[in-house]
Design a protein around this ligand. Structure first.
Ligand code: CAA
Length: 263
């Protein structure tokens, strides 16, 4: 693939959007590569993904303005759908995804980070939805996910003003979970990913599904979703070994919930 690299370190997969000359802007080719890269992740051996951008300046500087500049209404709708389909694949991916935002996360860059489960960023990160300054709306889910993440008031302020915010403000409004010096960001992401990978993988997957699916329905339906996914865990080896270790009162073993497949 030309624009996305994929490496596996232990049980952590690292996807890097690699188009640094254009600050990793998302054109159709990048979106196709990302889609294919996700299809190629071995979800049985990898436990957590990290998504980042190549270089030290930019995570993703948005959708490709050059490619969008000549689109017709129908083509623009199709381009929006293309991005939305890939981002939704990421959002519903069976593994947790951590966005390690290492610079500009503007427009489609902010939007792709919001399709990940967790966002952490470097001190030089800049977030924003500059679209109305270009005469368009956010097109890869920004109007929807930003409002859900930081609340409609703050999302509307960011989107209507098109004002970028720095890492400290992104932290303050809950858009990112933590800010690190640039040189520490990837290690922090890997440490978090490895911590997630140590836990029972089916339980982690079910948690992601319970949170995501539950947020889309009312509380009465949401708790039913949780009950079913909770019940599913009781058909896994993880649950038997994890609880067995606890009951054996073996502290060492208790800390090592070993991985497991469905019984
Ligand atoms: N699309 C296409 N090319 C882009 C790009 C983008 N979104 N962002 C940066 N680039 C390219 C520049 O054209 C430039 O290419 P050349 O060297 O060939 O001229 C290269 O990346 C470096 O960029 P700059 O010279 O502009 O770098 P800078 O440090 O001066 O500025 C920046 C950095 C502030 C991020 C600036 O590049 C910028 O404002 N980029 C656009 C950000 C933006 O508006 N993003 C939203 C796009 S719309 C969108 O994403 C819609 C959607 O929701 C689907």
């Amino acid at each position: 693939m030309e624009f996305v690299t994929y490496e596996v370190e232990g049980q952590v997969g690292i996807l890097t959007i690699n188009r640094p000359k254009a600050l990793n802007a998302l054109n159709s080719a990048v979106l196709n590569d990302l889609d294919e890269a996700l299809d190629n992740v071995d979800v049985n051996t990898v436990r957590c993904l990290i998504l980042t951008g190549a270089g030290e300046k930019s995570f993703v500087a948005g959708a490709d303005i050059g490619e969008m500049s000549t689109l017709t209404k129908a083509e623009a709708e199709a381009f929006g759908k293309k991005g939305n389909d890939v981002f939704r694949k990421l959002e519903t991916f069976p593994l947790p995804v951590i966005a390690a935002v290492n610079g500009f996360a503007l427009g489609g860059g902010c939007e792709i980070s919001m399709s990940c489960d967790i966002r952490i960023c470097s001190e030089n990160a800049v977030f924003g939805q500059p679209e109305v300054g270009l005469g368009i709306t956010p097109g890869f889910g920004g109007t929807q996910r930003l409002a859900r993440l930081v609340g409609p008031g703050m999302a509307k302020q960011m989107i209507y003003t098109a004002r970028n915010i720095k890492a400290d403000e992104a932290l303050r409004i809950g858009l990112v979970n933590a800010v690190y010096p640039q040189e520490e960001l990837m290690n922090a992401a890997k440490k978090m990913a490895s911590g997630i990978a140590m836990n029972a993988p089916i339980a982690v997957r079910n948690c992601k599904k319970a949170i995501n699916d539950g947020l889309e329905v009312n509380m009465d339906d949401a708790i039913v979703i949780e009950e079913k996914l909770f019940g599913d865990c009781f058909e896994t080896e993880d649950q038997k070994a994890g609880m067995g270790n606890f009951l054996e009162k073996d502290k060492e073993k208790k800390l090592k919930v070993v991985p497991f497949k469905n019984c």
